[in-house]
Design a protein around this ligand. Structure first.
Ligand SMILES: *Cc1c(COP(=O)(O)O)cnc(C)c1O
Length: 339
C-alpha cells in the first residue's frame, strides 16, 4: 500500500526505536523523567518560549490550551474550518464550556479586520472573548501557510484587546521549512503553541504545547485532570527528541513530492488540484471525472493507494517520509491508467 492518508502514518525510524530503548526514565507525574524534561526544554528552546509540556496528542494539547486560557461561558474566535472547530468533537464546548465564533478564512487566514470586529464589547448581554486561535499550516485549506504578516496583525489586535492567542501549529515545522521563516518567528506572534511530533516529524506519539512558565504550570494541572499525566514517558519522549533534531530539514522532500504529485495529477483529464500546494497536502477534485471522492478512493484502494475524503468531490493526499519519490511516480502512473 502507498499510504497517503496522513503524515500521522509514519513509523518511527530505527534511530527513534533505539532512543526509546536507551531512554533514561522516571515518573513524570513526580517530575522525575529526565528524557521527557530534555524534550520539553528542547521544544521550548526551538519555539523561543519559556516552557513546554509534552501531551499525548495534538487534540489534547489544543484542548488544554483552551481550558487554560479560558473560563466557561466565554467565546473564542477561530477559523471556520480550523481543526479545533471542525475535527475535535466539539470538545471546546463539551469540556471548556466556551462558545465558538467562527470566521471564514481565505486559504486558512482570517481577515484581521473581521477578527477585530468579532471581539466582544463589555456588555451584560454578551459573552467575553477569551481567546483567538490560529492554525498554521492550515489543514483543511490544504496545508496552506498562513503568512507571518497575517499572524502579526491579528496578534497586534489581540494585544490591544488583552486577548491571548493560541496557535494550532500541528504542522508548524512544515510552514517554517517551506517559508524559510524560523518557527520562533511564528511562535513569537502567539502566546501559546501546539505542535505535533507524530505527524511529518515522524515520532510515534505526542505533541508539545509551549508558552510562559505560568501557563505551562496551569496546563500541567489540566493535563493531569484529563488523565494525560504519564509515568515513564521518556520511552515515548526519546523518539520526539530524535524527531526534533533530525527530521525537520527533510520536510522539504515531502513538499517537493507533494508539488511533483500535484503537477502530475493536474495533467490527468477529469482531475483538478484545488489548493496551492504550499507544503505536504494536496486536495484533488474529482467532479469533472463524474466521481465522488468515496468512489475515487475505492478505485485507488484497488490499485494499492490510500487517501482520505475531504468533501463530496475532494480527496486529500498527504506526503511524508514513508513515501518515496518512486512511489509518488507509481501513484501518478496508476491514476493515469485509471482514467
Ligand atoms: C492532526 C491535527 C491536530 C490533532 O492532532 P492529533 O495528535 O491527531 O490529536 C490538530 N490540529 C491540526 C491542524 C491537525 O492537523
Amino acid at each position: 500500500m502507498i499510504d497517503l492518508r496522513s503524515d500521522t502514518v509514519t513509523k518511527p525510524t530505527p534511530e527513534m526505536r533505539q532512543a526509546a530503548f536507551d531512554a533514561v526514565v522516571g515518573d513524570d507525574v513526580y517530575n522525575e523523567d529526565p528524557t521527557l524534561k530534555e524534550l520539553e526544554e528542547l521544544a521550548a528552546n526551538k519555539l523561543g518560549k519559556e516552557a513546554a509540556l509534552f501531551v499525548p496528542s495534538g487534540t489534547q494539547g489544543n484542548q488544554i490550551a483552551v481550558l487554560t486560557h479560558c473560563q466557561s461561558g466565554q467565546e473564542i474566535i477561530l477559523e471556520a474550518e480550523s481543526h479545533i472547530f471542525y475535527y475535535e468533537g466539539a470538545s471546546i464546548s463539551a469540556f471548556a464550556g466556551v462558545q465558538p465564533r467562527t470566521i471564514n478564512g481565505t486559504r486558512g487566514a482570517m481577515d484581521p479586520e473581521l477578527v477585530k470586529a468579532a471581539i466582544r464589547e463589555d456588555d451584560i448581554h454578551l459573552p467575553e472573548t477569551g481567546l483567538i486561535c490560529l492554525e498554521n499550516t492550515h489543514n483543511r485549506a490544504g496545508g496552506a501557510i498562513v503568512s507571518l504578516e497575517n499572524m502579526k496583525e491579528i496578534h497586534r489586535i489581540a494585544q490591544e484587546n488583552n486577548i491571548p492567542v493560541h496557535l494550532d501549529g500541528a504542522r508548524l515545522f512544515n510552514a517554517a521549512v517551506a517559508s524559510e521563516v524560523d518557527v520562533k518567528t511564528y511562535a513569537a506572534q502567539t502566546d501559546t503553541v501546539q505542535f505535533c511530533l507524530s505527524k511529518g516529524l515522524g515520532a510515534p506519539v505526542g505533541s508539545i504545547i509551549a508558552g510562559s512558565e505560568d501557563f505551562i504550570k496551569k496546563a500541567r494541572k489540566w493535563r493531569k485532570r484529563l488523565g494525560g499525566g504519564l509515568r515513564q514517558a521518556g520511552i515515548i519522549a526519546a523518539p520526539g527528541i530524535v524527531a526534533l533534531k533530525t527530521m525537520v530539514d527533510r520536510l522539504v522532500e515531502d513538499h517537493e513530492n507533494a508539488k511533483f504529485l500535484a503537477s502530475g495529477l493536474q495533467e490527468i483529464k477529469g482531475l483538478s488540484i484545488e489548493n496551492n500546494v504550499d507544503t505536504n497536502i494536496i486536495l484533488v477534485n474529482t467532479k469533472e471525472a463524474g466521481l465522488s471522492s468515496k468512489e475515487f478512493l475505492i478505485k485507488l484502494k484497488q490499485e494499492g493507494i490510500l487517501g482520505v475524503s475531504f468533501g463530496p468531490n475532494t480527496v486529500r493526499f498527504t506526503t511524508h517520509f514513508d513515501v518515496t519519490r518512486e512511489e509518488i511516480k507509481s501513484v501518478m502512473e496508476k491514476v493515469n491508467k485509471l482514467f
